[in-house]
Design a protein around this ligand. Structure first.
Ligand SMILES: [Zn+2]
Ligand SMILES: [Zn+2]
Length: 106
């Protein structure tokens, strides 16, 4: 599939869908249908990369920004990053996670 876009910039042609879950499934952690988009690897440059590679998950407000949400829970944050990295390696076997994101989580 990637070969089809050789010479193009696929991330500019369409908005990448999450490679981690279906939005219709609701919050990744509890299934709540009212979700917010979370970039699994965030920070200045990484946010764009997360979007480009579809490393997005959907979380309810509580699991996103709440007291026990991913932005306040280092263990959960790491769990999501590990999930993203292993899925990334499956979906993009030709890409090198470490080169793209500069840090291994697994
Ligand atoms: Zn939730
Ligand atoms: Zn977030």
């Amino acid at each position: 599939m990637r070969a089809l876009y050789k010479g193009c910039r696929p991330h500019l042609l369409y908005k990448m869908e999450s490679i981690l879950q279906n939005k219709e499934d609701g919050c990744l952690l509890c299934g709540n249908p009212y979700v917010e988009e979370h970039h699994v690897v965030y920070g200045t440059a990484n946010r764009k990369l997360s979007t480009r590679y579809g490393l997005l998950v959907y979380l309810c407000a509580e699991h996103h920004r709440g007291a026990h949400g991913v932005h306040h829970n280092a263990a959960l944050d790491l769990r999501l990053k590990q999930m993203a990295q292993s899925r990334f390696q499956e979906v993009y076997p030709d890409e090198d996670w470490l080169k793209v994101f500069g840090r291994n989580y697994i």
